[in-house]
Design a protein around this ligand. Sequence first.
Ligand code: F6R
Length: 258
Amino acid sequence: MEIIVKDNVEGMSKSAARVVARTLNSKPDAVLGLATGSTPLGLYKELVRMHEQEGLDFSQVTTFNLDEYVGLTQKHTQSYHYFMYENLFKHVNIPNQNIYIPSGSTDNYEAFCKWYEQRIVECGGIDLQILGIGSDGHIAFNEPSSSLGSRTRIKTLAKQTIDDNARFFDSPEEVPVYAITMGVGTILEAHKIILLANGKNKADAVAAAIEGPMTSMITASALQLHRDTMFIVDRDAASSLDMLDYYEWIQDKMPNAP
Ligand code: F6R
């Protein structure tokens, strides 16, 4: 794993945007895996800026989102569909037919999940997957005890995740209890992965994912198995890492650190 520590959330976002831009420059028809939540907001803002001011082109890009709440329509302001259009898709030139987001309102979840997995394979697999991390160590909505081999399916959200996400809803009771999510096994098939984290409330999860034992109780720890994963974190999110000095020493010597 590569670990990049930035002074603040802006640095984290810009560094991640550089990784995305490099991917698109070397492969204009790249398949991107996308996350929602607070963490990637700065990244999406920077990608929109690069598109508008530097001509970063998304015209051949395909995207697959990690997850969606079950029971929210695409128009619901807290749905991940809505989030993605508001924060990225409305502002860049990804063809609409190349955008895939799990459905939170299909009448056949099992068939949908199978189809979603198949579409990823038919599109050549995910070239670059962007991840956030939950305070309980989840990636996508693979909550503690999710199988590390899991595929796209419905998951029940952990109480901690519902509490964390209640800030976006009027009350915790309104947070959906179920989500449709790519599995850990699905994510591990991405060719390259970047996991972003900022803030003190992510520090323990980040440390457990990088330095702890690999365990289904911290699904981000499964990334230890992946050949090309980069953690891009701010100083607060890095603050529980035992080997922080070592990672920074390596980062200083990295020829192409983003
Ligand atoms: C969102 C997702 C989640 C979030 C995680 C962190 O698509 O897959 O795993 O990345 O819950 O959320 P924030 O960024 O809001 O702290």
